[in-house]
Write a protein that binds this ligand. Structure first.
Ligand code: UDP
Length: 576
């Protein structure tokens, strides 16, 4: 009641206060004075209707899909990525979260990419770039006889433009900037964010090949090469560069690494070209001008009587894949090139959120062998069901146009979509769904989270209270739990419950990599996972994590050591 009064919205969705606040600030359509003109339910109806409508263009009945989509969205069993929730059904609505733009080595091409970035950010999408084709700092510029300023200088322009073009005030523009391990400017790139105050709109990743990882392991030299003419600039120790990467990741969380060979080995559209970049959070490697629309199933809702409800999960996958395939046609693209690519390959990225919640609900600790088994089991099931639906869609609507150029063709799998799965961070949609984000363990059992520029959200784990109800904890114990954000040191609480509610910093980093690898095994695109390290983690620990990620066939790796950034997005506990 208080909730409805506070926000003036009458609704039958089961939303938390935080969810309502986020929806109201960023998702609900507003009038010119900035007042919402729709309720969350009406938002779901708008989205379901716009996406279902696409069925009609294939001679199918949109009414059946509308009911299915609406039911699934209203139950918060599945949510599409933010741009779809914000923009579906609006004139010119851009619905995809992720884009990759190419950057060639000429002023003309660089500023063309910059303009395209601005248009995509304005539409609500995030962008990834490889800057590896740009000639290094100090190289010759033949037309002027001057010297080139190098990739990092140009990245600065992209960063500033991102600041200026806010995504309609709803999201901050997000970028991924990638440089190859053997680019002559690699050391400048790795350390560019260290000073702080710059590149806050960029995630940095180094693209590293298997051969380079091997050179690191064997302590060999590698040639740094000018991409303009293929000439060797100088020979350096691979291990030394790797060391600088890990040191920087230890001290600031960046750069991450992407394992570019693994990405291309697994790419079903190898004949179309080489992948050089991913989207901002790394979960979607894409060819130039490709985009991807994402959606995530709320695993917290796929449990019945303490068991995984596979029937419900399968049905939800079917509805979600149909939904996401429709989104490709419902989308208005900011650029003709991205529209052409999206329709030729029809990539979608269905993933999950609420994995940590699911584990609590079935009584399995996140930090256990069984959790790894369950991760594989769930993701394999989702992958198979998604393929089944994509096959069915293809039999009615046709395969994606580039099908015969894909590895699916050689496997005799006529799919509607070149890729089907991807694990997104679900930073915002997990708040709306009220579940744990992506496949992450609980960061803390109570925490302060900062969204947008200045909104502070205080959150307490909703499943915890239920578990602690019977224990008759003292007020003091409760206060301590809330203050520290973990169950550590509270004697009254049985070890079994403590294991179930273990938080990220109480889970060994190597194990977190194994969780990422378990999901990656059954994901077409990639997996977004932050490997959380305690403040006292060593540099060696970081190196171990990077090596392990490569060995276990992850497509990339990002670490975050507690306290290594002056401003974090989430702080554990409620102590200031
Ligand atoms: N993204 C973006 N700006 C943001 C957050 C996300 O452009 O402020 C893009 C980015 O490509 C990211 C993807 O959306 O990789 C998915 O992020 P997330 O799952 O956190 O988005 P949500 O749908 O929860 O908003």
């Amino acid at each position: 009641e208080a909730k409805l009064k506070l926000f003036g919205v009458q609704d039958d969705l089961k939303l938390s206060l935080n969810a309502i606040q986020v929806l109201r600030e960023r998702y609900l359509l507003k009038d010119q004075e900035g007042n919402p003109v729709e309720t969350p339910r009406q938002m779901m109806e708008r989205v379901a209707r716009a996406i279902a409508q696409i069925d009609a263009s294939y001679g199918e009945d949109p009414e059946v899909s509308y009911q299915e989509f609406l039911k699934t969205l209203m139950a918060l069993d599945f949510l599409p990525n933010s741009p779809t929730l914000m923009n579906a059904g609006c004139p010119g609505g851009q619905l995809a979260a992720c884009f990759v733009l190419p950057i060639e080595d000429s002023l003309d091409a660089i500023f063309e990419a910059l303009k395209n970035m601005a248009l995509i950010h304005k539409s609500g999408g995030g962008t990834g770039f490889s800057f590896s084709r740009l000639r290094p700092r100090g190289d010759r510029v033949s037309s002027t006889g001057g010297r080139a300023s190098g990739p990092v200088s140009f990245m600065r322009i992209f960063d500033t433009a991102t600041d200026v073009v806010k995504q309609g005030g709803k999201r901050r523009g997000a970028n991924m900037g990638i440089l190859r391990f053997n680019h002559p400017d690699i050391l400048e790139f790795i350390q560019a964010k260290k000073k702080g105050g710059e590149f806050e709109n960029f995630n940095f990743s180094v693209a590293i090949t298997d051969q380079e990882m091997e050179a690191v392991r064997k302590n060999e030299k590698i040639p740094l090469t000018n991409p303009r003419d293929g000439k060797v600039w100088r020979e350096v120790s691979a291990a030394e560069i790797f060391n600088v990467i890990c040191e920087s990741a230890w001290s600031s969380g960046e750069p991450g690494c992407i394992f570019i060979d693994e990405i291309n080995r697994k790419h079903p559209l190898k004949t179309l070209g080489v992948i050089e970049a991913t989207n901002p959070c790394g979960e979607v490697p894409l060819l130039p001008f490709e985009s991807c629309n994402l959606g995530s199933i709320n695993l917290a809702h796929m449990v019945n009587n303490g068991k995984i409800d596979y029937a419900k999960l399968g049905e939800t996958v079917r509805i979600a894949v149909h939904f996401l395939d429709n989104v490709i046609d419902a989308n208005y693209h900011p650029l003709p090139e991205t529209e052409r690519m999206a329709k030729a390959n029809r990539k979608i990225g269905l993933g999950v959120m609420g994995f940590a919640d699911l584990l609590v609900k079935i009584g399995v600790p996140y930090y256990s062998q069984q959790a790894l088994k369950i991760a594989e089991e769930i993701m394999q099931y989702i992958m198979l069901q998604a393929r089944k639906t994509s096959l069915e869609l293809a039999s009615r609507r046709g395969t994606f146009p580039n099908f015969e150029k894909s590895t699916w063709y050689t496997q005799n799998l006529p799919l509607r979509n070149a890729t089907l799965t991807s694990i997104a961070p679900t930073g915002s949609i997990s708040i709306i769904a009220g579940c744990s984000s992506g496949i992450e363990p609980y960061f803390a059992l109570s925490f302060r989270r900062y969204v947008l520029e200045n909104t502070e959200l205080i959150e307490v784990n909703p499943l915890l209270e239920e578990y602690l109800k019977g224990l008759k904890l003292s007020q003091k114990d409760w206060e301590r739990i809330l203050a520290q954000g973990t169950l550590q040191g509270i004697e009254q609480i049985p070890q079994k419950v403590k294991d179930l509610f273990r938080t990220a910093l109480e889970i060994p980093p190597e194990f977190q990599v194994k969780v990422q690898a378990a999901f990656q095994k059954y994901v077409d695109n990639a997996v977004s996972k932050t490997i959380n390290l305690p403040q006292n983690a060593s540099l060696e620990e970081v190196k171990k994590v990077f090596f392990l990620a490569h060995e276990t066939h992850c497509k990339g790796i990002t670490v975050f050591r507690q306290g290594s950034r002056s401003r974090q997005a989430i702080y554990p506990g409620l102590l200031s």
